[in-house]
Design a protein around this ligand. Sequence first.
Ligand SMILES: NC(=O)c1ccc[n+]([C@@H]2O[C@H](COP(=O)([O-])OP(=O)(O)OC[C@H]3O[C@@H](n4cnc5c(N)ncnc54)[C@H](OP(=O)(O)O)[C@@H]3O)[C@@H](O)[C@H]2O)c1
Length: 331
Amino acid sequence: MSFKGKHALVTGGSRGIGRGIALKLAESGARVAVHYYANEGAAKDTLERVRKHGADGFLVQADVSRVDDVRRMFGEVKQRFGTLDVFVANARPEAAKFYQKPMEITLEAWDHAMDSQAKAFLVGVREAAGLMGQGGRIVAITYAPGGQRGTWQPWVAMGSAKAALESLVRYFAVALAPRGITVNSVSPGLTDDSVLQSFGDAAVDIARKWHGSGWTPMGRMGTPADIGNAVAMLCSPEASWITGQRPPHPPAFGAPRETRGAPLCHAQTGGPEMAPHTPRRSEPPGKPGALLCVTPRPGAPKWPPKPPPFESLVTASPAMSGPKLPRPVNP
Ligand SMILES: NC(=O)c1ccc[n+]([C@@H]2O[C@H](COP(=O)([O-])OP(=O)(O)OC[C@H]3O[C@@H](n4cnc5c(N)ncnc54)[C@H](OP(=O)(O)O)[C@@H]3O)[C@@H](O)[C@H]2O)c1
């Protein structure tokens, strides 16, 4: 897989999953525009690592919840790169800006989530398409389960915004298919070395143990590098016939035999909002609308392990107790 001579823009490339994606594309030869919002130091660090891979790029700042900023960002890409081959919409505002329950959420918080995801993607894809030739690649980083079950109540704005993003992916896939531009989404499960770290050590520890105890068939959380690999695959020339899709979570590829070929539900890949819905062993794999069952890894504790009180942990974490989140620091 080579991206030599290609130009990519990764929003939220300064840290977390966006950094993993930027580094993977750079490793394969792409020049990368590393977007950030406020954390210039982290963005510089990403760019330095991009250069260590022998690639190059530049930094671009923008608030993706503001249409003018999104347009300016693409203006800078045009000025610096001239063309664009890969656009990854990954940025997401800090949870404190939208983390409110359906009956309480302010319209400002709702708009912030929607503007930063759905509207930013609507405007961004149209700008990106103007810079892309035949064979362009667009990927949205979503969070599919959040919008499907409604169980993680304070996630209502972001869950709805991500659902809108996934819908837009399908509309744009059709609209841009005649030009050979593909549009797909990737929906990570809970990912290490990402926003998760801002919820505090206790939340990280619980999340790691939860996955290690069998909730993820591979026995671990995904990493930004894992998501980078998935995105890079979708952006490769060989993926030219894949569009309008959301591949199963990466751990699906290592799932036990009885779950292969069937879409993995989030209960298997881990997710805080599933806590109230523990799957039952009696539910047959693949039954429409049912949760799939996973055979525990040898030596794993009785499955399913008791889910942690993740939502309450997140809600009670220092990150959520004040109006301002502490700036997450990624190593
Ligand atoms: N982490 C997970 O477990 C997980 C699971 C499923 C889906 N996802 C999705 O994956 C994506 C990345 O998540 P992450 O955990 O890697 O996030 P993260 O570590 O919190 O990083 C967020 C990124 O978005 C940027 N950002 C914040 N507010 C912004 C704004 N208003 N305008 C533009 N950019 C802004 C940040 O820039 P600065 O560094 O400058 O602040 C940073 O680059 C998100 O779309 C998220 O919904 C994450």
